[in-house]
Design a protein around this ligand. Structure first.
Ligand code: AMP
Length: 282
């Protein structure tokens, strides 16, 4: 497994592989890998000759009062997991390598970032779109795999790839969960045991919403009220948002549609946790 720390080395590595006729799968991450990340590597592995993982905690996708400085890291463990998953190269740049002092170009989208997480994280998706554009130009993959856990991020990347004509196939990987339903996340590491117990509220609220829809409830305001009361019945919780929306445009809906995305962000202690699921009417 090669470890590349500069953009020039990564580009040269990918260019050499391409010259040999090899294809490249790519999984971008911020590190502190868990089984969710590994599942994306497992999707990418059989799709191409080479499998590239990037680990970069991208400062431009964090707002001023977010957890950039506290973001967990364990590079050695990440490299061990990458090796086990058959990664052939890890791109591990530092901040100065990615953004020089004269950096001034940003990728932004008009609509998708206005919904869901974009409301409370106004700079987030511009930061994501910009860094993923850079990573695509550096790694030059044929296929890139992103988790549905970050559903809005996946929508933003798909839109950006279409709009900017990247010749890269985008694949969405299913959400990997703990046994009790909590979606795996690097940010779960911040939870105290008490908060960890409360963190199941997100997946349980989704289950509750699915049950209510199955019982015939279609009014979104009624459904959101139920889910909010349920989540607030757990200690240490504060609801950032609970929304039901169109899975393509992310626009909120007033009544449950044939295909509706339920998405939520809940602050549990210091961790802002997200979860989502598609509700499909039979
Ligand atoms: P992150 O390191 O949090 O930026 O995540 C890197 C990639 O892993 C993103 O595409 C995430 O959507 C994905 N990911 C994170 N958690 C999970 C999970 N529990 N299941 C599946 N994919 C995930």
């Amino acid at each position: 497994m090669d470890i590349l720390k500069t953009k020039a080395d990564m580009q040269a590595w990918s260019a050499a592989k391409k010259k040999q006729g090899k294809t490249i799968s790519f999984v971008p991450t911020m590190g502190y890998l868990h089984k969710g990340h590994v599942s994306l590597l497992e999707i990418g592995k059989p799709l191409s000759d080479e499998l590239v993982l990037s680990i970069f905690v991208n400062p431009t996708q964090f707002g001023p009062n977010e957890d950039l400085d506290a973001y967990p890291s364990n590079i050695q463990n990440d490299l061990d997991l990458a090796q086990q998953a058959g990664v052939t190269a890890v791109f591990l740049p530092d901040k100065n390598e990615m953004y020089g002092p004269d950096y001034q170009t940003h990728v932004s989208l008009d609509h998708l970032p206005q919904y869901l997480c974009g409301r409370s994280r106004p700079v987030h998706f511009g930061g994501v779109a910009t860094v993923v554009t850079k990573l695509f130009n550096i790694v030059m993959p044929d296929v890139a795999i992103f988790g549905k856990k970050d559903f809005q991020q996946l929508a933003v990347i798909r839109q950006m790839v279409e709009d900017l004509d990247f010749n890269i196939r985008i694949i969405g990987g299913e959400i990997i969960r703990e046994k009790d339903g909590l979606a795996m996340s690097s940010r779960n590491a911040y939870l105290t045991p008490e908060q960890r117990a409360s963190a199941v509220c997100l997946s349980q609220a989704i289950r509750l919403l699915k049950q209510k829809v199955a019982q015939g409830i279609r009014s979104v305001p009624d459904l959101i009220r139920e889910a909010e009361a349920f989540i607030l019945s757990f200690d240490h919780t504060r609801v950032d948002y609970i929304e039901l929306c169109d899975p393509k445009t992310l626009e909120p809906v007033e009544t449950v549609q044939a295909e509706t995305l339920v998405a939520m962000a809940v602050q549990v202690g210091k961790s802002r946790l997200i979860d989502n699921a598609l509700i499909e009417l039979a």
